[in-house]
Structures are given as structure tokens and as C-alpha cells.
Write a protein that binds this ligand. Sequence first.
Ligand code: SF4
Length: 528
Amino acid sequence: MPMFCFQCEQTAKGAACTVRGACGKKAVTANLHDTLTGELIGLARAADGNEPAESTHKAVIDGLFATVTNVSFDDEAIKRHIQAAKAEKERLLRKCGNSDAVCERYDGFDMGRLWGDSEDTRSLKSLLLFGMRGMAAYAHHANMLGKKDDEVNAFFYKGLRALSKDKPVDELLTLVIELGEVNLKCMGLLDAANTGAFGDPAPTKVSCSIEPGPFIVVSGHDLRDLSMLLEQAQGKGVNVYTHSEMLPAHGYPELKKHPCLKGNFGTAWQNQQKEFEGIPAPVLFTTNCLMPVKPSYADRVFTTSVVSYPGIAHIGEDKSFAPVIEKALELGGYKEARILAGVNGGAELTTGFAKNAVLSLADKVISAVKSGAIRHFFLVGGCDGAKPGRNYYTEFVKQAPKDTVILTLACGKYRFNDLDIGEIGGLPRIMDMGQCNDAYSAIKVAVALSEAFGCTVNELPLTLVLSWYEQKAVCILLTLLALGIKNIYIGPSLPAFLSPSILGVLVDKFNLTPISAPSVDLKKILGA
Ligand code: SF4
């Protein structure tokens, strides 16, 4: 059965997955993702001139989130999202009662039309769709913590409708930049949700040592899920360890107050099949990035929320994590403590340098820049992946001169976050600002520094060196472009869905630059 998907960085041959996803997604599942997206477009049409309810927003946001790379491999779960979209559409159309409009509005959109569109239109509509998928993940987390925003919700309908319409390239370009603006608001909403519920992150050292006895590994981005698990695990003789993008949870006061939250397990998400082999503990996936589950540890993997995998136990909306806790007690954990060192052999990580933590050091930072102790800042962040070439980011950090500071966020940091590259005047040279959505923190810090120095963000001694993999990186990139941030380096390869002329526009307008070699790029940036 043929399929078409080119939404992530590991797409087959750098062009498109057409037989089976390199991520493990089968063709039938990819086609169901398309059917779901088409139904969401139909739902957005039905909502035009109608009043979508909270349940409509949920169907749209969760439906988009479910199609993000490494989230749902489960055909039955995708069919339930399709049914939810259809049910909302029918409810809206019954209210509408306009029989002429009903037919056109009712139809799900055929995604084959989008994939077969002219190169530039397909490119821009892909940017729009994939960016909305990424933003839906952030909206979902914020909504689950009670933070909602009408402008964010409205954009999903506007953007989905635009996918089905003939629009000139200029108009689509304007729309993708508008998505970047709305995503800034959405990330701000999530930041307020996370800090409102769990406090402002503070710099925190995190051990890579796993204590003897029963434990649970929690992966993904959902701090609310982690919080509920910690509450339920308390006093049960079970420890909890973060994995991959959950690492920044250790910085939040209301999460780290739980004595059972111990440390971090393993490295980046793409190493999970190796690192979970024979693990004497359950693993809970709260969001992406779930890889195809190997039979050797399938009995100990749990999913929740929109994450789903055939044959894998799923924790429902009641968020009763009792089966996960029972599995931890049954498996018993390691008999003796063991250190699961980072990629470079380090046994301790540091996180929690979110906006308030960094801005509380602003005086120190500003005087270090003025005195010349800090020559330049690099934001080396983004998502990790399995393809060769990503070693660039490790080498970049290692080769960065000693008078430079590395700000980082998202899971790409696992390539270097266990390195000890020293300090400048008491400031660590690597500062982990958090998860991918904490790009919001990085933006706030950059704006505050530009105000302190009386210049624009583009005039700061700051360069963004980004790695991309999936669709959250797309919406973050669009936010940075919407803010007018220029000279961003991006790799390890360019998105397959960027047509040469759309890439040309981004290069001309924003000087978006593909990475080359660390030494070459460092020289270009620092001019020496
Ligand atoms: Fe291929 Fe990525 Fe799509 Fe998976 S998500 S099918 S790897 S392009």
C-alpha cells in the first residue's frame, strides 16, 4: 500500500517515506493520519460561521497532536480521533441547518490533493500543517493545565481551512509567519501553565545514578502526567526517573519536592531501544518520542494521553497510574545502584536555567559581556535524531571558544549536556533552559538582554544553532522568523518539504543558513 509522508528529518532518502515510515509507521497508519487530517479540515470548514465548543477544540488539537512523529502508531486510536472529528462536525452541521453548505463542509479533505499540489504551494501548506501539529502539542499541554486561549484555538481552524483552499504563495507565506506569531502566544500559555502549576524552574543538578529497588521511567513532555504519577507513587517504595525531554522537570519546585523523584535515566530518545533492553522497570510515555516497541521490553511500556502503540497498555483519562506502579514493584528494579552515564561519560546533568533563573543572573551576564569575559552566546538547541551528522552539535560545543556560553534546550542537548566545559565568572558555560517549548524562555531572555544592551536581538552577540527533527521544531522556527530573528543556523539537513524557491525566500529574508562544519561555522560567526 503506498503512503506519503515527509514531515520529519529522518524521512526516507531525504525526500519522503512512500512505502513505510523510517520511524516505523506503517503505510496503513500513515494513510489513517491523512484521513484524520482531512477530517479535521472538514471540521474546520464546518466550524466556519458556527460556534465550536470545547469538545470541538479538543478534537482538533488532539487530532493534530496525534499525527506528530513518534506519537501514535495505533490504527484503532487514530480511528477514534477520526470518529471524534466526525461527531463534532455532525453536531455543528445539525446546528447550522444550511443544506447547501452541508455537502461541501461535510466532506473530509483529500490530502492527496495537497501532496500533489505545485511544489511551492505544497511546501508552504506543509509548513503550515506541520507547524500546526507542533503547536497543537503545546496547546494540548496548556489546556490540560487549564490554560486556554481563543486566538490560539481560532488559528487552528483558520490554518486548517487554508489547507483546502487555492491561495497564492504570498498569502500562504503570510499565514505561516502568522502561525509563528500565534505559536509564541501558545508557548507563553504553556509557560504560564507550567510555572503556574509547578513554580519557576531553578538550576538543579540531576544524578544519572539509579538507586537499587523498584523504579519507573517517565518520558515525554507532560509535566502534569509526571506530577500525578509522583503523587500516586509517593510512599509506595517506588522511585521515579525522568527520561529525555522530561529531564527539565527536576528544576520545578513543585515537582522536585517529591522525594521519590530521583534522577535521570538514559540519554536521548533515539537510544531508547538499546537503553530499555532488559530494563527491570516500567517506562511511561506521556508524549513523543516513542519508537517501535521491541518485544523484549513491550510488557513494561505504558502510554497515556494521545500516545498509542498497538498491544501496549494505555493509561486513560482517569490518570490512574496504579498499573505502572504495580509493574515497578513486580519488576523490582536493579539490585545495586548503577550509573547510566551520559553520551560523553558524565554522571551528572544540570537543568533549570529557564527565563527567571537566567534573568536573575542578568547583572552578572551583562557585566561579563561588557568586560569581554563572555564574547558570544550560542543557543545550541532543538531535537535530536538518529541520523549521522548530528555529531556536529557535540563538536560545535566542544570547539566553542572558552569565552563563549552555550544556552540549550530540547533533547538535542543530550549530545553534550554531560560535558564539563567549565564556567565563566561563576556562570556555567552550558545552561539548560528546558524542553523544546522553553524556546519561549530563550526568546524572553534574548529580548531582555537586547533591552539591557539597547540593541535589537539580531545585534546581540548571540547565534542560534538549531537541530530539527519533528514538527514542534517547525513551529518554533516559524516563531523565530516571525520575530525577525536572522542568521539562524539549521541542520543536520534541511526539511524535505522546503522547495528550492521557498528556501530561497527564507535565506534571502532571514539568512537562514544550513550548518556546514563546526570549525567553519564558528569561524564565520565569530570572525576569527
Ligand atoms: Fe517518514 Fe518521518 Fe513521516 Fe515517519 S514521520 S513516515 S519517518 S517522514
